[in-house]
Design a protein around this ligand. Structure first.
Ligand code: 5GP
Ligand code: ZN
Length: 114
């Protein structure tokens, strides 16, 4: 999508600090981190929210999760752990309507989240 910020990051039209990339997924540092580790993991395909998922997207969701695990392992988070969060729709805190997970770690993470 032309006017989607994350599609523009996928196309490298907007710079980002990419930490992981494959044919399906890109992961990059959040511009406004809420923790010492704050990575956004997104599909290259434009999917606006979870509500827009189609059955053929099942493999994409799996890839996003496996990318999160790989990034976490590479960042030494296997023992310390991390949080994988997805905000859905405005009421769920979603600001960018291109599906993404936040991988957050590096400080104590309270529960329930705010
Ligand atoms: P949401 O609220 O939609 O779940 O999360 C959107 C995230 O995108 C926010 O954490 C915000 O800081 C991040 N973000 C917004 N604009 C940019 C940008 O231009 N570059 C990067 N790397 N992150 C961004
Ligand atoms: Zn997009």
């Amino acid at each position: 999508m032309e006017d989607c910020l994350f599609c523009r990051i996928v196309k490298k039209e907007i710079p980002a600090t990419v930490v992981y990339e494959d044919e399906t997924v890109v992961a990059f540092e959040d511009i406004n981190p809420v923790a010492p580790v704050h990575i956004l993991i997104i599909p290259k395909k434009h999917i606006s929210t979870f509500f827009a998922l189609e059955p053929e997207d099942d493999a994409i969701i799996s890839r996003l999760h496996r990318a999160a695990v790989q990034i976490a392992q590479e960042m030494g988070l296997k023992e310390k752990g991390f949080r994988l969060v997805a905000n859905c729709q405005r009421g769920g805190g979603q600001l960018i309507f291109h599906l993404h997970y936040h991988l957050i770690a590096g400080r104590p993470l309270g529960w329930p989240p705010g």
